[in-house]
Ligand binder design. Structure first.
Ligand SMILES: [Zn+2]
Length: 177
C-alpha cells in the first residue's frame, strides 16, 4: 500500500544509505512503550524500503502516526484534533490562548506533538469544541474586563463594643469536679 506521505513527498525522499529515490512503502507493526508505567500500544508504522540496498527506515509520518496512537490509547485528543477544534473556531493560536487562558506555548506544544495535554486540559479542549461553550466563555471574559481594576478595601469584621468586652472578659468555666 502506498502511504499518503510517500505520494506527496516522493520526489524529496531518498534512501539515506544509497540515495536511491525509487522507494517502496509498507507498514510495520510495532509495540511502542510510553509513559513511566511501561504502557504499550501496537502501532502500524509506515516505513520506506529501499529495493536496491534493502534498508528500511521511517520518516516524519511515522512520528505522527506513533504520537496519534499513544494519544488514542491514553484517550486524549491528538494534535490534529486540537488544531481542528481551534481552526473551527476561526482562531489563531495566540487568540485561542487569550480567550481560553491556556498558555500559547502549551497550545503550540500540544499541536506540534511535543507534549501531551493532561486529562483536565483535554476535557477543557473538548468542551471548547461546543459552540455554546465558546459563547459562554466570551461572555465570561467580557464581564471580567468590566470588573474594577482598582483595589477594593479589604473586608473586615466589625465588632460591637459589647462583643469586644465579652471577649476581653472571657474565661473558661471550671468544670464541676
Ligand atoms: Zn538504499
Amino acid at each position: 500500500m502506498m502511504s499518503k506521505y510517500l505520494e506527496d513527498n516522493h520526489q524529496h525522499i531518498c534512501c539515506p544509505l544509497c540515495e536511491n529515490e525509487n522507494l517502496t512503502s509498507t507498514f510495520q507493526s510495532e509495540d511502542i512503550q510510553y509513559g513511566s508505567s511501561g504502557k504499550s500500544v501496537t502501532v502500524d508504522i509506515p516505513v520506506f524500503i529501499c529495493p536496491s540496498c534493502s534498508f528500511v527506515f521511517s520518516g516524519e509520518e511515522a512520528e505522527t502516526v506513533i504520537h496519534d496512537a499513544i494519544c488514542k490509547d491514553m484517550g486524549v485528543l491528538t494534535p490534529s484534533e486540537i488544531t481542528e477544534i481551534r481552526r473551527k473556531l476561526g482562531l489563531s493560536q495566540e487568540k485561542f490562548a487569550e480567550l481560553t487562558k491556556i498558555g500559547v506555548a502549551s497550545i503550540k506544544r500540544w499541536e506540534s506533538g511535543k507534549t501531551i495535554q493532561d486529562a483536565s486540559k483535554d476535557t477543557y479542549l473538548r468542551l471548547l469544541a461546543i459552540p455554546e461553550v465558546m459563547d459562554k466563555l466570551e461572555r465570561i471574559n467580557n464581564k471580567a474586563k468590566q470588573l474594577p481594576t482598582k483595589k477594593e478595601p479589604k473586608f473586615r469584621s466589625q465588632f460591637s463594643p459589647a462583643t469586644i468586652s465579652r471577649a476581653e472578659n472571657f474565661q473558661l468555666r471550671r468544670l464541676a469536679a
